[in-house]
Design a binder for this molecule. Structure first.
Ligand code: AMP
Length: 281
């Protein structure tokens, strides 16, 4: 497995692979990899001859006052996990390798970025769409793998690929959780012991919402209300949002008719965590 820093090196490697007739899968990440990322890499390795993992804390998707500087980084650890999971190449650029200092071109989205995380992170999805477009152009993969953990991101990337005629398949992968239910996240490392315990209110709320929906409750306000009530009992938790939206266009829904995404962002202390569940057709 190789680790490279520049787009040119990635292109040269992929060109070699293409000569051999190999298919290529891409797993975009911000590094500090865990079992959630690993599940994407393992799936990519099962479905493609070669796998590229991008490991890049993308500055353009962080807003002012967010955790760009403190975001955890550990390339050696990431490399070991990638190797074990079956990756062939890690693309680990510096911001200066990815962005020209006078760059003026961005990929923006409308509508799908207006609810959920888009409300409190107004430039986030512009940064995501831009960096993911760049990665798609650099790697030119057959398939790219994204977690349902970031469900709004997954919906936005699918829409972007459709709208801009990117020639690849987007594969959504299920949320990987800790044994006690907490969704795995690089940001879980920010939590102290007390906060780690408090963070369970997210997955408990997901479970409650899923149970209500499975029992036939169709009233989105009732389900969201019960989930919020559960979270509000946790003194260290502060809700950013809990919302039920259409699973495709991300518009708020009143009735839980599939496809629906019920998603939340909750601060535990200073750490903003997300979780969700989907109601599929
Ligand atoms: P990140 O490094 O947080 O940008 O995540 C990179 C990719 O891994 C995204 O597609 C995420 O949705 C996915 N991912 C992160 N955490 C999980 C998880 N717990 N389960 C499944 N996928 C995940």
């Amino acid at each position: 497995m190789k680790i490279v820093k520049t787009a040119e090196e990635v292109r040269a490697q992929v060109k070699e692979w293409r000569k051999e007739g190999y298919t290529v899968g891409l797993v975009p990440t911000m590094g500090f990899l865990h079992e959630g990322h690993k599940s994407l890499i393992v799936r990519a390795a099962a479905e493609n001859d070669k796998v590229v993992v991008s490991d890049f804390v993308n500055p353009t998707q962080f807003g002012p006052g967010e955790d760009l500087e403190s975001y955890p980084r550990d390339l050696d650890r990431d490399a070991a996990l990638c190797e074990e999971a079956g990756a062939d190449l890690i693309f680990n650029p510096e911001p200066s390798d990815m962005y020209f200092p006078d760059a003026t071109t961005y990929v923006t989205m409308t509508e799908l970025n207006e609810e959920l995380c888009g409300k409190t992170r107004p430039i986030h999805f512009r940064g995501v769409c831009t960096v993911v477009s760049k990665l798609f152009h650099i790697v030119a993969p057959d398939r790219a793998y994204f977690g349902q953990k970031d469900a709004q991101q997954l919906a936005i990337i699918k829409r972007m690929v459709r709208d801009l005629n990117f020639d690849l398949e987007i594969v959504g992968c299920p949320i990987v959780r800790e044994d006690d239910g907490l969704a795995k996240s690089s940001r879980n490392t920010y939590l102290n012991a007390q906060e780690r315990q408090a963070a369970l209110c997210l997955s408990k709320a997901v479970k409650l919402g899923q149970q209500m929906a499975a029992a036939g409750e169709k009233d989105a306000a009732k389900v969201v209300g019960a989930m919020k009530e559960l979270i509000e009992k946790e003194p260290l938790a502060r809700i950013d949002y809990v919302e039920a939206v259409n699973g495709i266009n991300m518009r708020p829904v009143e009735t839980l008719d599939a496809p629906v995404l019920v998603a939340m962002a909750v601060y535990i202390g200073k750490t903003r965590l997300i979780d969700n569940f989907i109601i599929e057709e």
